[in-house]
Design a protein around this ligand. Structure first.
Ligand code: ADP
Ligand code: MG
Length: 385
């Protein structure tokens, strides 16, 4: 039966003083698929292992269903937490067949070995592996092993399923297929799921709820749509996909509530636009300092360089064929650029193009930072310490 998970102000300090978790607090309702998204080192694995009971928390509280599984005094071991885990490296028993690996998960249900093996075969059938049930892990491909691991995790009808980047070792094509399988199998089973990844597209594709971790802190929690449209911080905006960033100055109130009229600076003769006011930026109608405009790829439309609609004019630096369309990199005067600009046709490098921006997908933040976003993320992290 799917259980509720409550994570309350959990902190984890490793021996040596590394402060890996800084008080994430959230509730996952029964049957919810929650994805924890964050860059490498943000504490995802630590949080999952703490929920599992493999790591002891330093302070805070964890509740699974009605049971307090960990707080300052209590620490239930993993086998008493009614949960199952799927890891990046599958962790199958090498000396057991696929079928026995799955059946093994039923050992604590005290059912006859014969019945356990029958159930296991049924579960392997659901992940499309019944025909390989007698093979050993070494005789299976990575994707097949991952499906065995998933079957094993789902067979026990456990209250909570924990997944630590289970797709990261698979190649792109298989990863997408396995993502779809996980999504449907887990939802069919109705399990409460905590799934961690550093991949924003994977997170958005899978999740009912996404929690964004930065330096051991939960910086935003919401549906993928919430997080995409209203990122709580510049860090979240960057980590969930931007076409680019521009410095802008505020030139007046916006025509719609929640927007400001801004003028990009340092990118040549650009036209002002009404941009959405980002979280934490409210009430600052005309800050003296320039603001930063975070531009979602969905807000960028290609047009003629001479077009009235163009907010910016730049030159094509790269054009990549993506099957359905082309994706351009457009360089702007002053060195800024926009990536992932969709075009129906191939546009040769060096072509002057216009860029029309949709203010709804352009989000204003107060912190003006320079440099490529990866470097700025580092900087943003350092500043939080
Ligand atoms: P993620 O899974 O998001 O990449 P981790 O939870 O693995 O992040 O790590 C979070 C932080 O805790 C990192 O700074 C990492 O170096 C540190 N860390 C992880 N495991 C240990 C450990 N066993 N001992 C000390 N520090 C650790
Ligand atoms: Mg990890």
């Amino acid at each position: 039966m799917a259980e509720r998970l409550v994570v309350e102000d959990v902190s984890k300090v490793y021996p040596g003083g590394n402060h890996a978790l800084r008080g994430p607090t959230f509730t996952v309702d029964p049957g919810t698929f929650m994805v924890l998204l964050g860059p490498s080192g943000s504490g995802k694995t630590t949080l999952l292992r703490t929920i599992a009971g493999i790591e002891k928390l330093t302070s805070g509280r964890l509740v699974i269903g009605e049971t307090v599984v960990a707080d300052g005094r209590v620490h239930l071991p993993p086998e008493r937490r009614d949960l199952a885990m799927v890891f990046q490296d599958y962790a199958l028993w090498p000396h057991l067949s696929a079928r026995d690996n799955v059946a093994f998960a039923l050992r604590r249900h005290r059912i006859a070995r014969h019945d356990a093996r029958r159930h296991a075969l049924g579960m392997l059938e659901r992940v499309g592996l019944a025909h390989l049930a007698d093979r050993f892990p070494v005789q299976l491909s990575g994707g097949e092993q991952q499906r065995v691991a998933l079957a094993r995790a789902l067979i026990g009808d456990t209250g909570l399923l924990l997944c630590d980047e289970p797709l990261s070792n698979l190649d792109a094509d298989l990863r997408e297929r396995m993502r779809v399988e996980i999504s449907s199998l887990v939802r069919e089973a109705g399990a409460t799921t905590i799934y961690i990844t550093h991949d924003q597209l994977e997170a958005f594709a899978l999740a009912d709820q996404v929690g964004v971790l930065q330096d051991g802190e939960l910086v935003q929690l919401g549906t993928p749509e919430d997080i995409y449209s209203t990122p709580a911080t510049l860090f979240v905006a960057r980590f969930t996909g931007l076409a680019g960033e521009l410095e802008v100055s505020v030139v007046g109130p916006g025509r719609t509530p929640g927007h400001l009229e801004v003028q990009p600076v340092g990118v040549g003769g650009s036209r002002p636009l009404g941009a959405r006011i980002g979280a934490g930026t409210d009430g600052r109608d005309a800050p003296a300092a320039p603001m930063l405009l975070a531009i979602r790829p969905t807000a960028v439309r290609l047009c003629d360089a001479e077009s009235e609609a163009a907010h910016l004019v730049g030159s094509v630096q790269d054009t990549a064929f993506r099957g359905r369309h082309y994706e351009l990199v457009v360089g702007l005067p002053g060195g800024r650029r926009l990536t992932g600009v969709v075009s129906e046709r191939r546009v040769p490098r060096g072509t002057q193009v216009g860029i029309e921006l949709d203010g709804a997908g352009c989000i204003l933040f107060c912190e003006p930072e320079r440099g490529p976003s990866a470097a700025s993320d580092e900087q943003a992290r350092d500043e939080r310490r």
